[in-house]
Design a protein around this ligand. Structure first.
Ligand SMILES: C[S@@+](CC[C@H](N)C(=O)[O-])C[C@H]1O[C@@H](n2cnc3c(N)ncnc32)[C@H](O)[C@@H]1O
Length: 154
């Protein structure tokens, strides 16, 4: 399914995320991005197109390029993962070539459990721009402080 920028994606699953991503990505406005599960690069190219039009970015993509159970023979989204990996490289090259600013793309081919451990070992545990809040950063709801069960009166 070639698109107007010359990308080649075999499906349009990512389009379902556009509504949420169009709101979320500008509000987070990340510069250092960690993506787990890149497939043909649809979400990667989205991030490059949106963010590298404004600034230099660094994006790390983790994928086995072996697919999940759904991509295996007989799965609902059967894919030739060698072809998928080639498409990821072609699509991201197009995106990087069209970007106004520099894009530092790092590809980590392997299982997320292993590749994320490697990133932590390389000192990148606090490196990326979006993370879940730490426990101490979450304020405790008053109803819990007062030991009053939710919905209970008094
Ligand atoms: C649904 S696709 C990702 C879609 C992609 N973000 C897009 O926008 O088109 C899921 C991808 O995650 C990869 N994957 C699944 N489990 C993984 C794991 N444990 N470690 C690394 N990659 C994994 C698969 O190889 C596949 O390419």
């Amino acid at each position: 399914m070639p698109t107007k920028l010359g990308y080649n994606f075999s499906n349009s699953w990512f389009d379902e995320n556009l509504g949420v991503w169009d709101q979320l990505i500008p509000s987070i406005n990340p510069t250092r991005i960690l993506e787990v599960g890149s497939f043909e690069g649809n979400s990667t190219c989205y991030l490059i197109d949106k963010l590298a039009s404004e600034k230099e970015i660094e994006i790390h993509c983790v994928d086995t390029w072996e697919g999940g159970i759904e991509h295996k023979e007989g799965g609902f989204a059967h894919a030739n993962m060698n072809e998928t990996e080639k498409l990821f490289k072609q699509n991201t090259q197009i995106s990087i070539a069209n970007a106004k600013n520099k894009v530092n793309l790092a590809i980590h081919k392997g299982l997320s459990s292993i590749e994320l451990s490697r990133l932590i070992a390389a000192g990148k545990s606090e490196y990326f721009d979006f993370r879940a809040p730490r426990k101490k950063e979450i304020s405790t709801p008053p109803s819990i402080n007062k030991k009053t069960p939710y919905g209970a009166k008094g």
